[in-house]
Design a binder for this molecule. Structure first.
Ligand code: NAD
Length: 484
Protein backbone atom coordinates (compact mmCIF):
# COMPACT_ATOMS: atom_id res chain seq x y z
CA UNK A 1 0.00 0.00 0.00
CA UNK A 2 1.28 3.43 -0.94
CA UNK A 3 1.85 5.75 2.01
CA UNK A 4 0.07 9.08 2.17
CA UNK A 5 0.78 12.78 2.46
CA UNK A 6 -0.25 14.75 5.55
CA UNK A 7 -2.24 17.78 4.47
CA UNK A 8 -4.67 19.90 6.45
CA UNK A 9 -4.82 17.57 9.42
CA UNK A 10 -5.32 14.27 7.56
CA UNK A 11 -3.32 11.55 5.82
CA UNK A 12 -4.47 11.77 2.21
CA UNK A 13 -3.62 10.11 -1.10
CA UNK A 14 -0.92 11.86 -3.04
CA UNK A 15 -1.96 13.68 -6.19
CA UNK A 16 1.13 12.18 -7.84
CA UNK A 17 0.86 8.75 -9.43
CA UNK A 18 4.53 7.87 -9.19
CA UNK A 19 5.84 5.87 -6.23
CA UNK A 20 9.15 4.52 -4.98
CA UNK A 21 10.22 1.71 -2.68
CA UNK A 22 12.31 2.49 0.34
CA UNK A 23 14.77 -0.25 1.29
CA UNK A 24 16.56 -1.07 4.52
CA UNK A 25 20.21 -0.09 3.88
CA UNK A 26 21.40 -3.06 5.96
CA UNK A 27 19.35 -5.52 3.85
CA UNK A 28 18.55 -4.07 0.46
CA UNK A 29 16.16 -6.94 -0.27
CA UNK A 30 13.82 -5.66 2.45
CA UNK A 31 11.31 -3.05 1.28
CA UNK A 32 10.35 -0.91 4.27
CA UNK A 33 7.59 1.05 2.55
CA UNK A 34 6.18 2.32 -0.71
CA UNK A 35 6.05 6.10 -0.86
CA UNK A 36 4.59 8.68 -3.20
CA UNK A 37 6.79 10.75 -5.50
CA UNK A 38 4.89 13.85 -4.44
CA UNK A 39 4.46 16.62 -7.00
CA UNK A 40 3.77 20.36 -7.32
CA UNK A 41 0.08 19.87 -6.67
CA UNK A 42 0.75 18.06 -3.36
CA UNK A 43 3.12 20.85 -2.39
CA UNK A 44 0.60 23.49 -3.36
CA UNK A 45 -2.18 21.83 -1.31
CA UNK A 46 0.11 21.69 1.70
CA UNK A 47 1.17 25.32 1.39
CA UNK A 48 -2.43 26.47 0.97
CA UNK A 49 -3.48 24.51 4.05
CA UNK A 50 -0.62 26.04 6.03
CA UNK A 51 -1.49 29.54 4.82
CA UNK A 52 -5.14 29.06 5.79
CA UNK A 53 -4.22 27.79 9.27
CA UNK A 54 -1.84 30.65 10.02
CA UNK A 55 -4.38 33.21 11.32
CA UNK A 56 -5.83 30.77 13.87
CA UNK A 57 -2.49 29.44 15.10
CA UNK A 58 -0.85 32.85 15.46
CA UNK A 59 -3.82 34.13 17.45
CA UNK A 60 -3.24 31.55 20.20
CA UNK A 61 -1.17 32.72 23.12
CA UNK A 62 2.34 31.29 23.41
CA UNK A 63 1.16 29.46 26.53
CA UNK A 64 -1.56 27.66 24.55
CA UNK A 65 0.87 26.79 21.79
CA UNK A 66 3.29 25.46 24.40
CA UNK A 67 0.54 23.26 25.89
CA UNK A 68 0.06 21.63 22.51
CA UNK A 69 3.77 21.23 21.89
CA UNK A 70 4.18 19.67 25.34
CA UNK A 71 1.68 17.00 24.29
CA UNK A 72 3.82 16.25 21.24
CA UNK A 73 6.85 16.00 23.49
CA UNK A 74 5.07 13.65 25.91
CA UNK A 75 4.10 11.36 23.04
CA UNK A 76 7.68 11.42 21.75
CA UNK A 77 8.92 10.49 25.19
CA UNK A 78 6.48 7.55 25.35
CA UNK A 79 7.54 6.32 21.90
CA UNK A 80 11.28 6.63 22.20
CA UNK A 81 12.04 3.03 21.35
CA UNK A 82 9.59 2.85 18.45
CA UNK A 83 11.03 6.03 16.95
CA UNK A 84 14.61 4.80 17.40
CA UNK A 85 13.78 1.57 15.59
CA UNK A 86 12.26 3.44 12.63
CA UNK A 87 15.38 5.63 12.41
CA UNK A 88 17.61 2.54 12.34
CA UNK A 89 15.38 0.78 9.82
CA UNK A 90 15.50 3.65 7.34
CA UNK A 91 18.84 5.31 8.02
CA UNK A 92 20.90 2.31 9.11
CA UNK A 93 22.55 3.94 12.14
CA UNK A 94 22.94 1.82 15.24
CA UNK A 95 20.09 1.62 17.73
CA UNK A 96 22.36 3.30 20.26
CA UNK A 97 22.80 6.27 17.90
CA UNK A 98 19.10 6.30 17.07
CA UNK A 99 18.17 6.35 20.77
CA UNK A 100 20.63 9.21 21.25
CA UNK A 101 18.95 11.05 18.37
CA UNK A 102 15.53 10.69 19.99
CA UNK A 103 16.97 11.87 23.28
CA UNK A 104 18.54 14.97 21.76
CA UNK A 105 15.33 15.72 19.85
CA UNK A 106 13.36 15.65 23.13
CA UNK A 107 15.90 17.93 24.80
CA UNK A 108 16.00 20.40 21.94
CA UNK A 109 12.24 20.53 21.59
CA UNK A 110 11.88 21.03 25.32
CA UNK A 111 14.34 23.92 25.24
CA UNK A 112 12.67 25.59 22.26
CA UNK A 113 9.21 25.27 23.83
CA UNK A 114 10.67 27.13 26.79
CA UNK A 115 12.23 29.71 24.49
CA UNK A 116 8.85 30.24 22.88
CA UNK A 117 7.44 31.10 26.29
CA UNK A 118 10.25 33.55 26.91
CA UNK A 119 9.98 35.51 23.66
CA UNK A 120 10.00 39.05 24.87
CA UNK A 121 10.71 42.45 23.57
CA UNK A 122 12.24 45.59 24.86
CA UNK A 123 11.31 49.09 25.72
CA UNK A 124 13.47 52.21 25.86
CA UNK A 125 12.97 55.80 26.91
CA UNK A 126 11.27 57.68 24.06
CA UNK A 127 12.04 61.17 22.73
CA UNK A 128 8.52 62.48 23.38
CA UNK A 129 6.75 62.83 26.71
CA UNK A 130 3.54 60.82 27.00
CA UNK A 131 4.76 58.23 24.45
CA UNK A 132 5.54 54.67 25.35
CA UNK A 133 7.26 52.41 22.82
CA UNK A 134 8.15 48.76 22.75
CA UNK A 135 9.54 46.28 20.32
CA UNK A 136 8.29 42.72 20.03
CA UNK A 137 8.50 39.68 17.73
CA UNK A 138 5.73 38.46 15.45
CA UNK A 139 5.49 35.30 13.34
CA UNK A 140 6.26 35.24 9.62
CA UNK A 141 3.61 32.93 8.15
CA UNK A 142 4.27 29.65 6.35
CA UNK A 143 7.70 28.11 6.94
CA UNK A 144 9.25 25.43 4.73
CA UNK A 145 11.24 22.85 6.62
CA UNK A 146 13.47 20.82 4.32
CA UNK A 147 15.31 18.04 6.10
CA UNK A 148 18.16 15.60 5.40
CA UNK A 149 18.22 11.87 6.06
CA UNK A 150 21.13 11.77 8.49
CA UNK A 151 19.21 13.22 11.45
CA UNK A 152 15.69 12.56 10.21
CA UNK A 153 14.00 13.22 13.57
CA UNK A 154 16.34 15.67 15.25
CA UNK A 155 16.64 18.17 12.41
CA UNK A 156 12.92 18.63 11.69
CA UNK A 157 12.17 18.62 15.43
CA UNK A 158 14.78 21.32 16.00
CA UNK A 159 13.34 23.45 13.19
CA UNK A 160 9.60 22.88 13.59
CA UNK A 161 9.45 23.53 17.34
CA UNK A 162 10.72 27.14 17.29
CA UNK A 163 8.85 27.82 14.03
CA UNK A 164 5.57 26.71 15.61
CA UNK A 165 6.23 28.29 19.00
CA UNK A 166 6.77 31.62 17.24
CA UNK A 167 3.26 31.27 15.76
CA UNK A 168 4.08 30.10 12.24
CA UNK A 169 2.63 27.17 10.34
CA UNK A 170 4.83 24.58 8.64
CA UNK A 171 5.19 22.61 5.43
CA UNK A 172 7.72 19.85 5.94
CA UNK A 173 9.58 17.77 3.39
CA UNK A 174 11.50 14.82 4.83
CA UNK A 175 14.38 13.38 2.82
CA UNK A 176 13.27 10.65 0.43
CA UNK A 177 15.56 8.19 2.25
CA UNK A 178 13.79 8.67 5.59
CA UNK A 179 10.09 9.29 4.93
CA UNK A 180 8.93 6.89 7.66
CA UNK A 181 10.72 8.88 10.35
CA UNK A 182 9.02 12.01 9.01
CA UNK A 183 5.67 10.25 9.18
CA UNK A 184 6.30 9.05 12.73
CA UNK A 185 7.11 12.61 13.78
CA UNK A 186 4.03 14.06 12.11
CA UNK A 187 1.88 11.34 13.71
CA UNK A 188 2.86 12.79 17.08
CA UNK A 189 1.57 16.22 16.07
CA UNK A 190 -1.61 14.67 14.74
CA UNK A 191 -2.27 12.66 17.89
CA UNK A 192 -1.46 15.66 20.07
CA UNK A 193 -4.35 17.44 18.35
CA UNK A 194 -2.42 20.20 16.57
CA UNK A 195 -5.06 22.05 14.50
CA UNK A 196 -5.42 21.07 10.82
CA UNK A 197 -3.02 22.84 8.49
CA UNK A 198 -0.58 23.92 11.20
CA UNK A 199 1.79 21.09 10.26
CA UNK A 200 1.80 19.48 6.80
CA UNK A 201 4.16 16.93 5.29
CA UNK A 202 4.79 16.07 1.66
CA UNK A 203 7.07 13.24 0.59
CA UNK A 204 8.63 13.69 -2.82
CA UNK A 205 11.74 14.62 -4.75
CA UNK A 206 13.72 17.68 -3.77
CA UNK A 207 13.61 18.88 -7.36
CA UNK A 208 9.80 19.12 -7.32
CA UNK A 209 8.41 19.27 -3.76
CA UNK A 210 11.53 20.92 -2.32
CA UNK A 211 11.67 23.42 -5.17
CA UNK A 212 7.96 24.25 -4.75
CA UNK A 213 8.48 24.79 -1.01
CA UNK A 214 11.34 27.14 -1.79
CA UNK A 215 10.00 29.48 -4.44
CA UNK A 216 6.31 29.94 -3.63
CA UNK A 217 4.93 33.35 -2.66
CA UNK A 218 2.97 31.52 0.05
CA UNK A 219 6.21 30.76 1.89
CA UNK A 220 7.94 33.33 4.07
CA UNK A 221 11.06 31.44 5.10
CA UNK A 222 12.93 28.24 4.32
CA UNK A 223 14.85 26.38 6.99
CA UNK A 224 17.06 23.87 5.19
CA UNK A 225 19.60 21.31 6.30
CA UNK A 226 21.51 19.37 3.68
CA UNK A 227 24.35 19.66 1.23
CA UNK A 228 26.02 22.93 0.34
CA UNK A 229 25.20 22.50 -3.34
CA UNK A 230 21.45 22.18 -2.72
CA UNK A 231 21.57 24.93 -0.09
CA UNK A 232 23.12 27.35 -2.57
CA UNK A 233 20.40 26.57 -5.13
CA UNK A 234 17.67 27.10 -2.52
CA UNK A 235 19.15 30.43 -1.53
CA UNK A 236 19.31 31.61 -5.16
CA UNK A 237 15.63 30.87 -5.71
CA UNK A 238 14.42 32.05 -2.30
CA UNK A 239 16.36 35.29 -2.23
CA UNK A 240 15.01 36.42 -5.58
CA UNK A 241 11.50 35.98 -4.13
CA UNK A 242 12.51 37.79 -0.87
CA UNK A 243 12.08 34.58 1.11
CA UNK A 244 14.52 34.35 4.01
CA UNK A 245 16.74 31.30 4.37
CA UNK A 246 18.47 29.45 7.15
CA UNK A 247 20.94 26.99 5.63
CA UNK A 248 22.76 24.36 7.65
CA UNK A 249 25.09 22.58 5.26
CA UNK A 250 28.14 20.38 4.86
CA UNK A 251 31.32 20.05 6.89
CA UNK A 252 34.91 18.85 6.68
CA UNK A 253 35.63 18.89 10.38
CA UNK A 254 39.14 18.57 11.75
CA UNK A 255 40.43 17.33 15.06
CA UNK A 256 43.82 18.93 15.73
CA UNK A 257 46.08 16.83 17.95
CA UNK A 258 49.01 18.75 19.41
CA UNK A 259 52.18 17.14 20.71
CA UNK A 260 51.20 17.64 24.37
CA UNK A 261 47.74 16.10 23.96
CA UNK A 262 46.27 13.21 25.91
CA UNK A 263 46.70 10.85 22.96
CA UNK A 264 44.34 8.21 24.28
CA UNK A 265 41.56 10.76 24.63
CA UNK A 266 42.26 12.15 21.15
CA UNK A 267 42.17 8.66 19.64
CA UNK A 268 38.87 7.87 21.34
CA UNK A 269 37.42 11.16 20.14
CA UNK A 270 38.54 10.64 16.53
CA UNK A 271 37.32 7.04 16.45
CA UNK A 272 33.92 8.00 17.87
CA UNK A 273 33.24 11.10 15.79
CA UNK A 274 34.69 9.77 12.52
CA UNK A 275 32.56 6.63 12.43
CA UNK A 276 29.33 7.49 14.23
CA UNK A 277 26.43 6.96 11.83
CA UNK A 278 29.04 5.60 9.39
CA UNK A 279 30.59 9.05 9.10
CA UNK A 280 27.30 10.63 8.09
CA UNK A 281 26.92 13.29 10.76
CA UNK A 282 27.53 16.82 9.53
CA UNK A 283 29.75 17.23 12.61
CA UNK A 284 31.72 14.01 12.09
CA UNK A 285 35.49 14.23 12.28
CA UNK A 286 36.81 13.73 8.77
CA UNK A 287 40.38 15.04 9.18
CA UNK A 288 42.89 14.42 11.96
CA UNK A 289 45.66 17.02 11.78
CA UNK A 290 48.43 15.75 14.02
CA UNK A 291 51.67 17.39 15.17
CA UNK A 292 54.64 15.43 13.88
CA UNK A 293 56.10 14.22 17.23
CA UNK A 294 52.91 12.29 18.05
CA UNK A 295 51.79 11.34 14.54
CA UNK A 296 53.04 7.76 14.65
CA UNK A 297 51.72 7.04 18.13
CA UNK A 298 48.33 8.58 17.31
CA UNK A 299 47.98 6.65 14.04
CA UNK A 300 48.96 3.30 15.53
CA UNK A 301 46.65 3.62 18.49
CA UNK A 302 43.83 4.78 16.24
CA UNK A 303 44.26 1.78 13.94
CA UNK A 304 44.16 -0.57 16.93
CA UNK A 305 41.03 1.11 18.23
CA UNK A 306 39.27 1.10 14.85
CA UNK A 307 40.02 -2.55 14.20
CA UNK A 308 37.99 -3.43 17.30
CA UNK A 309 34.87 -1.80 15.85
CA UNK A 310 32.15 -4.10 14.63
CA UNK A 311 30.39 -3.08 11.41
CA UNK A 312 26.95 -4.56 10.86
CA UNK A 313 23.19 -4.20 10.93
CA UNK A 314 22.38 -1.26 13.19
CA UNK A 315 19.48 -3.16 14.75
CA UNK A 316 21.95 -5.67 16.25
CA UNK A 317 22.80 -4.27 19.70
CA UNK A 318 26.42 -5.38 19.40
CA UNK A 319 27.07 -3.31 16.25
CA UNK A 320 29.38 -0.29 16.54
CA UNK A 321 28.84 1.06 13.05
CA UNK A 322 25.93 0.48 10.66
CA UNK A 323 25.70 0.68 6.87
CA UNK A 324 25.71 3.76 4.70
CA UNK A 325 22.27 5.19 4.08
CA UNK A 326 21.52 3.67 0.67
CA UNK A 327 23.14 2.74 -2.60
CA UNK A 328 23.84 6.31 -3.76
CA UNK A 329 25.85 6.98 -0.62
CA UNK A 330 27.63 3.67 -1.17
CA UNK A 331 28.58 4.70 -4.71
CA UNK A 332 29.77 8.18 -3.65
CA UNK A 333 31.90 6.93 -0.78
CA UNK A 334 33.35 4.09 -2.90
CA UNK A 335 34.40 6.69 -5.46
CA UNK A 336 36.22 8.70 -2.77
CA UNK A 337 38.04 5.56 -1.65
CA UNK A 338 39.29 5.16 -5.21
CA UNK A 339 40.20 8.86 -5.43
CA UNK A 340 42.15 8.75 -2.14
CA UNK A 341 44.37 5.89 -3.27
CA UNK A 342 44.80 7.43 -6.71
CA UNK A 343 45.87 10.75 -5.17
CA UNK A 344 48.66 8.98 -3.31
CA UNK A 345 47.21 8.78 0.20
CA UNK A 346 48.10 5.59 2.07
CA UNK A 347 45.17 3.35 2.94
CA UNK A 348 45.96 1.76 6.31
CA UNK A 349 42.66 0.16 7.19
CA UNK A 350 39.24 -0.41 5.57
CA UNK A 351 38.83 1.02 2.11
CA UNK A 352 36.62 -1.52 0.40
CA UNK A 353 32.97 -2.47 0.46
CA UNK A 354 32.51 -5.43 2.77
CA UNK A 355 31.64 -8.61 0.90
CA UNK A 356 30.18 -11.99 1.82
CA UNK A 357 27.06 -12.65 3.87
CA UNK A 358 25.45 -10.65 5.39
CA UNK A 359 27.46 -7.65 4.18
CA UNK A 360 26.80 -8.05 0.47
CA UNK A 361 23.09 -7.61 1.19
CA UNK A 362 23.62 -4.05 2.45
CA UNK A 363 25.62 -0.84 2.02
CA UNK A 364 28.60 -1.66 4.24
CA UNK A 365 31.97 0.05 4.13
CA UNK A 366 34.19 -0.52 7.18
CA UNK A 367 35.88 2.26 9.16
CA UNK A 368 38.59 3.54 6.85
CA UNK A 369 41.79 5.51 7.52
CA UNK A 370 44.02 7.21 4.98
CA UNK A 371 47.39 8.51 6.15
CA UNK A 372 49.89 10.72 4.30
CA UNK A 373 46.99 12.92 3.21
CA UNK A 374 48.10 16.36 2.04
CA UNK A 375 46.00 19.53 2.10
CA UNK A 376 45.25 19.83 -1.63
CA UNK A 377 43.98 16.27 -2.07
CA UNK A 378 40.27 15.97 -2.77
CA UNK A 379 39.84 13.66 0.23
CA UNK A 380 41.22 16.52 2.38
CA UNK A 381 38.96 19.14 0.83
CA UNK A 382 35.59 17.61 -0.05
CA UNK A 383 32.88 16.31 2.24
CA UNK A 384 32.93 12.52 1.79
CA UNK A 385 30.09 11.84 4.20
CA UNK A 386 31.23 8.31 4.92
CA UNK A 387 33.40 6.40 7.41
CA UNK A 388 36.67 7.79 6.08
CA UNK A 389 39.23 9.63 8.19
CA UNK A 390 42.15 11.48 6.59
CA UNK A 391 45.21 11.72 8.83
CA UNK A 392 47.44 14.69 8.03
CA UNK A 393 50.82 15.71 9.41
CA UNK A 394 51.52 19.22 10.73
CA UNK A 395 55.03 20.46 11.50
CA UNK A 396 53.83 22.67 14.36
CA UNK A 397 50.81 24.43 15.86
CA UNK A 398 50.71 27.19 13.23
CA UNK A 399 50.72 24.74 10.37
CA UNK A 400 48.03 22.65 12.07
CA UNK A 401 45.72 25.66 12.27
CA UNK A 402 46.49 26.60 8.65
CA UNK A 403 45.60 23.10 7.48
CA UNK A 404 42.47 22.94 9.62
CA UNK A 405 41.24 26.25 8.14
CA UNK A 406 42.23 25.43 4.57
CA UNK A 407 38.87 24.01 3.44
CA UNK A 408 35.72 25.65 2.07
CA UNK A 409 33.72 24.47 5.10
CA UNK A 410 33.52 25.86 8.63
CA UNK A 411 31.14 23.80 10.74
CA UNK A 412 33.02 22.26 13.63
CA UNK A 413 36.54 21.62 14.91
CA UNK A 414 38.34 20.35 17.98
CA UNK A 415 41.82 20.73 19.45
CA UNK A 416 43.48 18.26 21.80
CA UNK A 417 46.08 19.91 24.03
CA UNK A 418 46.88 20.51 27.68
CA UNK A 419 48.20 23.99 26.95
CA UNK A 420 45.59 26.61 27.83
CA UNK A 421 47.28 29.28 25.76
CA UNK A 422 47.26 27.07 22.64
CA UNK A 423 43.67 26.07 23.28
CA UNK A 424 42.52 29.68 23.57
CA UNK A 425 44.53 30.68 20.48
CA UNK A 426 42.90 27.85 18.55
CA UNK A 427 39.45 29.07 19.57
CA UNK A 428 40.37 32.52 18.21
CA UNK A 429 41.98 31.35 15.00
CA UNK A 430 39.77 28.53 13.75
CA UNK A 431 37.01 29.54 11.31
CA UNK A 432 34.07 27.42 12.41
CA UNK A 433 30.71 27.82 14.09
CA UNK A 434 31.43 25.20 16.78
CA UNK A 435 34.84 24.80 18.37
CA UNK A 436 35.81 22.27 21.01
CA UNK A 437 38.76 21.76 23.33
CA UNK A 438 39.49 18.16 24.29
CA UNK A 439 36.00 17.13 23.13
CA UNK A 440 34.33 15.47 20.14
CA UNK A 441 33.79 17.62 17.04
CA UNK A 442 30.17 16.47 17.25
CA UNK A 443 29.37 17.69 20.77
CA UNK A 444 26.46 20.12 21.09
CA UNK A 445 23.88 21.29 23.63
CA UNK A 446 20.35 22.60 23.03
CA UNK A 447 20.93 25.87 24.87
CA UNK A 448 23.55 27.04 22.38
CA UNK A 449 23.22 27.94 18.72
CA UNK A 450 24.11 25.32 16.15
CA UNK A 451 25.47 26.35 12.78
CA UNK A 452 28.55 26.81 10.66
CA UNK A 453 30.37 29.53 8.76
CA UNK A 454 31.86 29.62 5.23
CA UNK A 455 30.17 26.97 3.04
CA UNK A 456 28.72 25.24 6.11
CA UNK A 457 26.08 27.74 7.12
CA UNK A 458 24.15 30.78 6.09
CA UNK A 459 21.64 32.93 7.92
CA UNK A 460 20.68 33.01 11.57
CA UNK A 461 21.80 29.70 13.11
CA UNK A 462 19.45 27.17 14.65
CA UNK A 463 18.88 26.20 18.26
CA UNK A 464 19.85 28.02 21.44
CA UNK A 465 18.50 31.50 21.92
CA UNK A 466 18.66 32.27 18.18
CA UNK A 467 16.30 29.33 17.54
CA UNK A 468 13.18 31.49 17.41
CA UNK A 469 14.82 34.60 15.97
CA UNK A 470 14.90 33.28 12.42
CA UNK A 471 11.21 32.43 12.54
CA UNK A 472 10.00 35.83 13.64
CA UNK A 473 9.91 39.45 12.55
CA UNK A 474 10.48 42.61 14.61
CA UNK A 475 7.56 44.91 15.25
CA UNK A 476 7.71 48.25 17.04
CA UNK A 477 4.69 49.88 18.71
CA UNK A 478 4.54 53.63 19.61
CA UNK A 479 1.68 54.54 21.97
CA UNK A 480 0.69 58.08 22.88
CA UNK A 481 -1.02 57.75 26.25
CA UNK A 482 -1.12 61.46 27.24
CA UNK A 483 -1.07 64.72 25.27
CA UNK A 484 1.57 67.09 26.62
P1 NAD B 1 20.66 17.00 0.26
O1 NAD B 1 21.13 18.40 0.06
O2 NAD B 1 20.83 16.06 -0.86
O3 NAD B 1 19.11 16.98 0.62
C1 NAD B 1 18.59 17.67 1.74
C2 NAD B 1 17.11 17.91 1.52
O4 NAD B 1 16.95 18.83 0.42
C3 NAD B 1 16.34 16.65 1.12
O5 NAD B 1 15.08 16.66 1.73
C4 NAD B 1 16.23 16.81 -0.39
O6 NAD B 1 15.14 16.11 -0.94
C5 NAD B 1 16.04 18.31 -0.50
N1 NAD B 1 16.32 18.87 -1.83
C6 NAD B 1 17.09 18.34 -2.81
N2 NAD B 1 17.07 19.15 -3.90
C7 NAD B 1 16.29 20.22 -3.59
C8 NAD B 1 15.90 21.39 -4.29
N3 NAD B 1 16.31 21.63 -5.52
N4 NAD B 1 15.09 22.27 -3.67
C9 NAD B 1 14.69 22.06 -2.40
N5 NAD B 1 15.02 20.95 -1.69
C10 NAD B 1 15.82 20.03 -2.28
O7 NAD B 1 21.39 16.49 1.59
P2 NAD B 1 21.29 15.05 2.25
O8 NAD B 1 22.08 14.13 1.38
O9 NAD B 1 19.89 14.71 2.59
O10 NAD B 1 22.05 15.29 3.64
C11 NAD B 1 23.42 15.24 3.76
C12 NAD B 1 24.01 16.64 3.81
O11 NAD B 1 23.41 17.37 4.87
C13 NAD B 1 25.49 16.65 4.12
O12 NAD B 1 26.14 17.59 3.30
C14 NAD B 1 25.55 17.08 5.58
O13 NAD B 1 26.75 17.69 5.98
C15 NAD B 1 24.41 18.03 5.63
N6 NAD B 1 23.96 18.24 7.00
C16 NAD B 1 24.25 19.41 7.63
C17 NAD B 1 23.85 19.65 8.94
C18 NAD B 1 24.14 20.95 9.61
O14 NAD B 1 23.48 21.27 10.59
N7 NAD B 1 25.09 21.75 9.16
C19 NAD B 1 23.15 18.65 9.63
C20 NAD B 1 22.86 17.46 8.99
C21 NAD B 1 23.27 17.26 7.66
Amino acid sequence: MVQKQYINGAWVDSHARGTYEHRNPARLGEVTGVWPQGDDEDASRAMNAAAAAFAGWRSLTAVRRADQMQKVLRLMDERREELARIITLENGKTLKDSRAEVQSTCREMEFQIGEGLRVGGETKPTAQPGVFAYETRVPLGVISVIAPWNFPLNVPGRKMTPALMAGNTVVFKPASLTPGVGKALVDLFHEAGIPPGVVNMVVGPGSTVGAAFTGSPLVKAVSFTGSTEVGRGIHRVASSAMIRTQLEMGGKNAIVVLADADIEAAVESAATAAYACAGQWCTCTSRAVVEKPVLEEFTERLMDRVKQMKTGDGSDESTDMGPLCGTEQLATVSEYLRVGSQEGARLVTGGERLGGKPYDEGCFIPPTIFTKVTPRMRIAQEEIFGPVLSVMEAADYDEAVRIANDVPFGLSSSVYTRDLSRAMSFIEQIDVGLVHVNMLTAYKEPGFTFGGVKDSGFGIPEAGSSGIEFFSEHKVAYIRYREE
